[in-house]
Structures are given as structure tokens and as C-alpha cells.
Design a binder for this molecule. Structure first.
Ligand SMILES: [Zn+2]
Length: 277
């Protein structure tokens, strides 16, 4: 009996299989030449995974509709229209459940830290997030609440891939920070200016979220988020400047699962068959 977790991210595919006595994992960067090569990689990795899969949970960066079809993915537009559910189900011969990458990460982080009021912020190719409030995942009226990457931060800010200007991810994605600073992407994490700007921006987000949902913990994950040295401490420090007098701030920490919180969330989805906490 095997449960399968997939993290379909902007730059890489991560797959983990877990059975009673062992785990198996593969992480592969996507090729650069379009959806057919991506699918060939996806099928090859799934074919190499252990057999007897009961169910798969997928943490998806693309927007996937209720039928499992990709409706939007600015990072990899050639995926649009792809029947992702059928593609995976045909390869593994088991049912597939989808969740938003940030939302699933929030569920996994809350579970791992035993915290009923937690916000997850994932900084990777884009910015994702999820909100656990009073022990439950905040879903909203249409089921897609917690899209923290698209918090409108600055009306005069740079354009976001969603079509609007000044979203959080339009300010904090590595691509945006490279444009802002003129630094190549590999030098971003060693730049004090970048860490300071990211910390200042996230501090405002922490204070905004504190006023709105009052989390006791904020966890920062994502490949880029965990690579920025000392980021959680800096965010905590800068939040204190913004918080109203006499009000408490959440503890800001690195995600319990580091850069792999979404994958951990996908495994929760596979094992439980849902994320209704
Ligand atoms: Zn946006």
C-alpha cells in the first residue's frame, strides 16, 4: 500500500512515495522545451515510483479546475488545457486529488507544529500561502482563499503575472528582485539589500495578517524563502516596528518542512483523502 505525493512547481517536479516501511523520493528540474518534454519527465518519474499506489495527492502551482484540467499557469503557459488528472491517473492507476501548493503547505505546517492559528508563506518562483484559523483551513466563499501571493501591496508596483500590478509576488519573486536590483538570480540570496527588502515587505504582510486573522505562528518556506539567510528573524524584527502598541505578534519561523512543505502537504492529502482540518 503506497501513498504518492507530487509537488508540481514552477521550476521542478518532486515526487515522494510512502508505504508502511519505506519512503522513496525524486526531485527533477523541468526541461526547458515545452509541455511534451515535461509530460515525458512526469510519466518517467511516476513509472519509476513504487507500485500499488492507493491514492496520490498533488500540490499544484498551476490553477487546476474541479475536473483536474490546468486552466492557468503563467510560469509554464504550454500546460494550459492539459488534463492533468487523467495524465497522472493513467500512469499510476489510482485516484488523484489536487490542492493549491500554498494551502497544502499550510495544512502540513500546522499539523507538524501542532498550531491551530498558522499562516504559511512560500517564496519560490512565485509566492504562495495558506491560512489555518482556529484549527481549520480558511477556504473562503469560493474555496480559494489564502492566495497571499496576490495581496495587493503597492498600486504603483511592478506588474504581476496575474495581470494586475503590485501584488506581493510581483515584488518578491526572484525574477522581480533581479529586475529591481540588477543582480543575477544566483546572487540574490547573498545580497543584504535583498534580504532587507524582502523582510520589510513580509513584515507588513505579517502585521496585515495579524490584524485580519491573528495567527500565533507565521512559517516561511519555499526554495527562495529558506535560502535567504536569517529571514524569519528579520521579518519578526521589522514587524515590531509596524504592530500597534499593546498588540501581540506571531512567532515568525522557517517552515518545519523547509523548502518541502508543499510536498509534505500533498502527502497529507494523499493519506487523508482531503484537507478538511
Ligand atoms: Zn497577482
Amino acid at each position: 500500500m503506497t501513498f504518492l505525493a507530487l509537488d508540481i512547481g514552477g521550476t521542478k517536479l518532486a515526487v515522494r512515495a510512502a508505504s508502511a516501511d519505506k519512503t522513496w523520493e525524486r526531485i527533477e528540474p523541468w526541461p526547458r522545451d515545452g509541455v511534451e518534454s515535461d509530460l515525458a519527465l512526469l510519466r518517467a518519474v511516476l513509472a519509476a515510483a513504487p507500485p500499488e499506489v492507493v491514492r496520490a495527492g498533488v500540490s499544484a502551482a498551476p490553477t487546476v479546475d474541479l475536473d483536474g484540467r490546468v486552466t492557468a499557469w503563467p510560469s509554464r503557459p504550454s500546460w494550459c488545457g492539459l488534463d492533468l488528472r487523467r495524465t497522472i491517473e493513467e500512469t499510476i492507476g489510482a485516484p488523484v486529488l489536487f490542492g493549491d501548493d500554498g494551502t497544502l503547505a499550510a495544512v502540513a505546517e500546522a499539523e507538524a507544529s501542532g498550531c491551530a492559528d498558522l499562516v504559511y508563506l512560500g517564496l519560490g518562483t512565485g509566492v504562495g500561502g495558506g491560512v489555518i484559523s482556529d484549527g481549520r483551513l480558511l477556504r473562503g466563499a469560493w474555496g480559494t482563499a489564502g492566495e497571499l501571493g496576490h495581496l495587493p501591496m503597492d498600486p504603483a508596483g511592478p506588474p504581476c503575472r496575474c495581470g494586475r500590478g503590485g501584488c506581493l509576488q510581483a515584488l518578491l519573486s526572484p525574477e522581480a528582485l533581479s529586475r529591481r536590483t540588477g543582480l543575477p538570480s544566483e546572487e540574490l540570496v547573498t545580497s543584504g539589500k535583498v534580504v532587507a527588502f524582502v523582510a520589510e515587505t513580509l513584515a507588513r504582510v505579517v502585521v496585515l495578517l495579524s490584524e485580519l486573522v491573528q495567527p500565533s505562528r507565521v512559517h516561511i518556506g519555499g526554495g527562495f524563502g529558506v535560502a535567504l539567510p536569517g529571514l524569519p528573524a528579520r521579518v519578526g524584527e521589522r514587524s515590531r516596528v509596524w504592530i500597534r502598541q499593546g498588540h501581540r505578534l506571531p512567532a515568525v519561523a522557517t517552515a518545519a518542512f523547509g523548502a518541502h512543505a508543499s510536498l509534505a502537504g500533498a502527502m497529507v492529502l494523499a493519506r487523508t483523502g482531503g484537507t478538511k482540518r
